[in-house]
Design a protein around this ligand. Sequence first.
Ligand SMILES: Cc1ncc(CO)c(N)n1
Length: 225
Amino acid sequence: MEKKPEKRGMIDTWIDKHRSIYTAATRHAFVVSIRDGSVDLSSFKTWLEQDYLFVRGFVPFVANVLIRACKDSGESSDMEVVLGGLASLNDEIEWFKREGSKWDVEFSTVVPQNANQDYRRFLEALMSNEVKYPVIMTAFWAIEAVYQESFAHCLEDGNKTPVELTGACHRWGNDGFKQYCSSVKNIAERCLENASGEVLAEAEDVLVRVLEHEVAFWEMSRGGQ
Ligand SMILES: Cc1ncc(CO)c(N)n1
């Protein structure tokens, strides 16, 4: 008997449909410049400063995803996946602090740029109880997956990533993080299978908006002073 091709989920369908913004988010010029070694270190510092602030705002978002996983999910394993993500954010904040002192970045004086504020406001809106669980899970997956895909690219064969930047690339480009993103994707796909047309439309919209925010976020590094 012919082996049936694996069933494609909604997320893959949407990524195909919105391929150009997906590629813009996961193969941004800043990321490509890390991979080819041409990266301007002031751009990297700007990214580091802004991302530290972003991650501090991402913690309450993920905490909210955790609460929703406990309350709204029929599967007890969802909570464990999200809890793992929250735990690794603890390490991530410590990593940012170490990395900041390595680059002489004083986080307490960093001012969030507009793209960062807009992204954080978007996350805050997603924390409302009105937002359905499949929509939140789709957003959560997209936020994590952009970083996984981007930084894994900097570690693929043929990279010329500067050695002092490989720590950042390994943080999001490692296989464990890839596995974690795949678990989050499976949760989102399972929820989307049973979602109404209205919820599906909202999840697709939120996915595209995450990708747009990610592109705008990378763009900040270009201003790099
Ligand atoms: C902007 C941004 N998106 C995603 C992540 C993590 O996945 C991050 N640290 N920063």
